[in-house]
Design a protein around this ligand. Structure first.
Ligand code: CP
Length: 307
């Protein structure tokens, strides 16, 4: 039986191409399981997992919880709001107290880049990074690649565009690492102010033209404008951003080929994507969400072999 080269999932950067292929192959099997009338398997019976969220989430949190329950794990959920973090308890004390209750694995979202890496050096339990600030969101990248493979097959040589607020996005970096390891070509597109200064040095093409990028790509993965992480103004107004970098259905319909439209959610409707594009036949946004459960089942199952 194959196993992952790592005990934690901290980021895609640490995974080998074989690790990624193993997760995606395992996810295919779990997707079959969750489409059966009986969606549960006993794989993680007697394993206890804590979902520790210091930042808001809808998709990732519910998806992990469902994945854990489908695998028959025992699950506890922790939100920083309403917890003793508000009384000044540290991250390490909080997690050590949760682990003292015989928890085996931690799924963690935190606003500080590197928070799960810090913990991984100080605790014994397996850690899954469910998003650390603007750094990485590995399971999002894995479910994005899984969804692209479902539509396009092998991603080697496929042209993937990542469009929007790259600067503040953990999804962008994880997608770039994942897609490069799968052999895809990548263009990032957005206003200069929303592209990290040295991003060209990691082997991606850069464009400031959405029209040209849509003509070039097989997949457009559109990212949210993350206003909550923007302390200064990166563009004059949302209206202007939408005018120059927003995507609508007409733009997709007018291409001389079919492309796949993706977005990790939550969508700012009318800003980076119009509603008619988000809800069109081009979009696989809800497939991404569906696939998230199977991919997270695969990650938890494979990591549990190293408890
Ligand atoms: N895609 C994603 O991470 O969504 P949530 O913030 O709702 O978890």
């Amino acid at each position: 039986m194959q196993s992952l080269s790592t005990k934690h999932l901290l980021g895609i950067k640490d995974l080998t191409a074989n690790d990624i292929q193993l997760i995606l192959e395992t996810a295919k099997e779990f997707k079959e399981v969750i489409n059966r009338p009986i969606k549960k398997v006993p794989s993680l019976r007697d394993v206890t997992i804590a979902n520790v969220f210091f930042e808001n989430s809808t998709r990732t949190r519910l998806s992990f919880e469902l994945a854990e329950k489908r695998l028959s794990a025992d699950v506890v959920n922790f939100s920083a709001s309403g917890s003793s973090v508000k009384k000044g308890e540290t991250l390490l004390d909080t997690v050590n107290n949760i682990l003292a209750m015989k928890v085996d694995m931690i799924v963690m979202r935190h606003s500080s880049p590197g928070a799960p890496h810090y913990l991984s050096k100080r605790i014994k339990a397996n850690i899954v990074n469910a998003g650390d600030g603007t750094h990485e969101h590995p399971t999002q990248a894995l479910l994005d690649s899984f969804s692209m493979q479902e539509k396009l097959g092998d991603l080697a040589g496929k042209k993937i565009a990542i469009i929007g607020d790259i600067l503040h996005s953990r999804v962008a970096l994880s997608n770039i690492f994942c897609l490069q390891k799968l052999g895809a070509e990548i263009t990032i597109c957005g206003p200069n102010t929303l592209l990290p200064k040295y991003i060209g040095e990691i082997g991606v093409r850069i464009s400031h033209s959405v029209k040209e990028t849509l003509q070039w790509c097989d997949v457009a993965n559109v990212l949210r404008i993350q206003l909550e992480r923007q302390q200064i103004k990166y563009f004059p107004s949302l209206r202007e951003y939408s005018l120059y970098f927003g995507i609508n259905k007409q733009m997709l319909d007018e291409l001389d080929k079919e492309i796949v439209l993706m977005h990790p959610g939550p969508i700012n409707r009318g800003v980076e994507l119009s509603s008619d594009a988000a809800d069109s036949h081009h979009s696989i946004i809800l497939d991404q969400v569906e696939n998230g459960v199977a991919v997270r089942m695969a990650v938890l199952y494979l990591l549990s072999q190293q408890i």
